[in-house]
Design a protein around this ligand. Structure first.
Ligand code: NIG
Ligand code: FE
Length: 426
């Protein structure tokens, strides 16, 4: 063959499995290439295939960086499609109430709103950066971050601006959630707050948010109020997301389908009709088993959603009230154990399907030529480690846009080598 070789300035070698999560590449639903390698030029992947064929297809460019996976599995950078990243304050007392059996109530959110309003920009930025560092250590390279703890025009814009200027290897995709709950200033005047979101906040967003989310729930917003807000969002060109059917069935899922929403999230109380509507609108179901666990809710019907043709993503729902954890692989474990998803479905749920849930499937969520070179090296040879070794980070190295953004061997863990030697199967 005389085909010209591809130039690459970044390669990953030594992988037991390259778990591409791509369609039409490799074996099985996850597109696994045994002893696979990856090559990239600039930020983007140019080639994936068996390592034995790497040198035949790829020509090293000056300054080549090589990551040796050392027998670990390699996956696409993980994507957390639902977080409430920017806030201040502590709700551990609320958590203690959950533990003692008191039901979750939306009014707890106001504790966080008060703390957030009272925090300086510098404090909020610092907290958010520390959280992004933790997300990165769990393999996350892209996350969606919602506003929603400001609930005034200025405070909501402030939270989105802070999310915009977080200069971090983890890419932050911003969502406006002014319709999280009605703040107490508007108690008894819901309509006025809905009008403020519709006419005051949404038109002021400019490029600060890509998506608009609403919480359709008793104690938050009715279906009609959500519809009013989503119409304004759609007119503004925002993508649509809905917190739907979390604590009870209130019609959020069919509303999401009506707006051809990018995602409908939570869905603990979704019905078969809801699933059919979501499948019809190609809306991704983002399931949040951490929040299910903390609120003591019934698990979302993942199997039913999948059987009726809905794509399913898994996310942390990182927030101070119902899911205070940056551990996305733990959401995968919980997806398997609580929602009865297979490990493969769970892996797709934090990669390719999560990319679809933030309209990024064209560039993120799989390891294939043309995609961004965001990758995770796992400390064991099989991807099952992600679900199996729960509660810890299964990650050894994280690559974000062809840069080594996290490297456990440089994170000062002297026992890292011993852990690598012990963990996983052959
Ligand atoms: O996703 N459902 C809406 N919002 C959060 C809870 C926010 C909070 O309690 O602070 C959630 O579970
Ligand atoms: Fe949420």
């Amino acid at each position: 063959m005389t085909a010209e070789k591809l130039r690459a300035d970044f390669i990953i070698t030594g992988a037991s499995q390259l778990v591409t999560c791509a369609e039409n590449i490799g074996e099985g639903v996850l597109g696994v290439i045994s002893n696979g390698a990856l090559a990239a030029l600039g930020d983007d992947i140019v080639w994936v295939g068996p390592e034995s064929e790497l040198r035949r297809h790829v020509q090293p460019a000056p300054g080549l960086v090589e990551v040796d996976a050392d027998g670990g599995a390699v996956l696409p950078g993980f994507i957390d499609a639902h977080t409430h990243l920017v806030f201040a304050g502590d709700r551990s007392d609320d958590f203690a109430k959950r533990v003692s059996g008191e039901p979750y109530e939306t009014k707890g959110i106001m504790t966080t709103v008060e703390a957030t309003r009272g925090a300086t920009d510098a404090e909020l930025e610092l907290f958010a950066r520390q959280r992004l560092d933790r997300f990165l250590s769990f393999g996350v390279t892209t996350l969606e971050a919602k506003s929603g703890y400001g609930l005034t025009l200025d405070q909501e814009l402030r939270l989105l601006k802070i999310a915009q200027r977080l200069d971090h290897p983890v890419e932050v995709v911003r969502t406006f959630l002014g319709a999280h709950v009605v703040p107490p200033e508007y108690a008894g005047a819901h309509d006025e707050y809905v009008r403020l979101v519709e006419h005051g906040m949404i038109p002021a967003l400019e490029n600060l948010a890509e998506f608009c989310d609403v919480w359709c729930e008793d104690g938050a917003f009715t279906r009609d109020e959500c519809r009013t807000i989503l119409r304004a969002a759609r007119a503004q060109g925002l993508g649509i997301k809905v917190h739907a059917e979390q604590l009870a069935h209130t019609g959020g899922a069919s509303l999401a389908a009506e707006f051809a929403a990018v995602s409908a999230d939570h869905l603990e109380h979704a019905t078969e009709d809801d699933a059919d509507a979501l499948a019809g609108s190609r809306t991704v179901a983002v399931l949040l088993p951490g929040a299910t666990l903390v609120t003591g809710a019934q698990p979302a019907p993942a199997r039913m959603l999948k059987e009726r043709g809905v794509r399913v993503a898994l996310s942390t729902d990182f927030n101070p009230g119902t899911s205070y954890s940056e551990n996305l692989p733990l959401a995968l474990t919980l997806g398997c154990l609580l929602l009865k998803m297979t490990i493969e479905e769970g892996v797709l749920g934090i990669t390719r399907n999560a990319a679809a849930a933030i309209s990024r499937e064209r560039v993120l969520g799989s390891l294939a030529p043309g995609k961004r070179n965001d990758a995770v090296v796992v400390h064991a040879p099989h991807y099952a480690e992600l679900a199996y070794h729960y509660g810890v980070s299964p990650v050894r190295t994280v690559v974000a846009r062809s840069r080594i953004a996290f490297d456990l061997s440089k994170a000062g863990t002297s026992s890292a080598g011993a852990q690598n030697a012990q963990s996983g199967r052959q």
